[in-house]
Design a protein around this ligand. Structure first.
Ligand code: DHB
Ligand code: MG
Length: 227
């Protein structure tokens, strides 16, 4: 008999939520207003918030690139884990969502920390200054990928060379809504297939020490251990 993981029941999830979340009134109000604005409620779960912040604080992150910011829930969570002169480069494709994030960032007193980059990240990032400094001066401390699933590997290819050794790459939805292990090449949704491929890519990339933290819909987390 090997040691086992304890399955997360709804009751245990509720316990995690009540004891280990940093969600506050600002974030609850953001969710309520996002819902009123018709923005889908597919932000990270509140039980992921402290985990994300712990990871970022553990490496004294200053510069984080977020791909897929939606209404800015995770953007604010990330910004709050950075020093006052830190930056979240928040890539958001939808102009309405981008405007919503800018407003929420200002209301949260984080306008100077959150830089909203509007447009598809694969179009906007290649000309962004963060990817146009010499690789030796690479300044990205962490990347949080939470956008369209089939492009996760493209974001990874673009950003990983610019992540410092000792930095993190984190991908949301690593459990693929509970379907990540159900490989079905014929019928499976393309997003499930893409998320499994992304997990495999990170798990086998020798530059990273990688694990999957099963909070929310799961976060695959890789620490860059070599260039
Ligand atoms: C979806 C996307 C997400 O990033 C998420 O966390 C949950 C759901 C979606 O596309 O349905
Ligand atoms: Mg997600």
């Amino acid at each position: 008999m090997s040691a086992t993981s304890t399955p997360l029941t709804p009751e245990l999830t509720e316990y995690l939520r009540s004891s280990f979340s940093t969600e506050d009134d600002v974030l609850r109000r953001l969710n309520a207003e996002a819902a009123e604005a018709g923005i889908p409620a597919i932000h990270i779960a509140s039980e992921q918030t402290a985990c994300l912040q712990l990871l970022l604080r553990s490496i004294s992150a200053r510069t984080v690139v977020e791909v897929g910011s939606l209404a800015g829930y995770s953007t604010i969570v990330i910004a709050r884990a950075l020093p006052p002169d830190g930056t979240v480069i928040a890539c958001e494709k939808d102009p309405r969502h981008a405007a919503f994030i800018r407003r929420k960032a200002a209301e949260a007193g984080l306008a100077s920390v959150i830089e909203v980059v509007e447009g598809a990240a694969l179009d906007t990032l290649p000309t962004h200054p963060i990817l146009n400094t010499p690789i030796d001066d690479t300044s990205i401390d962490a990347v949080f990928i939470d956008a369209d699933k089939p492009n996760y590997q493209n974001y990874y290819d673009l950003l990983v060379p610019h992540v410092r050794v000792g930095g993190f790459v984190i991908g949301d939805n690593a459990l693929a809504w509970g379907q990540v292990h159900m490989a079905d090449p014929e019928n499976e949704p393309k997003n499930v297939r893409a998320l499994r491929a992304f997990n495999d890519r990170m798990a086998t990339d020798p530059r990273f020490l990688t694990t999957l933290i099963p909070l929310g819909d799961g976060m695959v987390v890789g620490l860059k251990v070599s260039a």
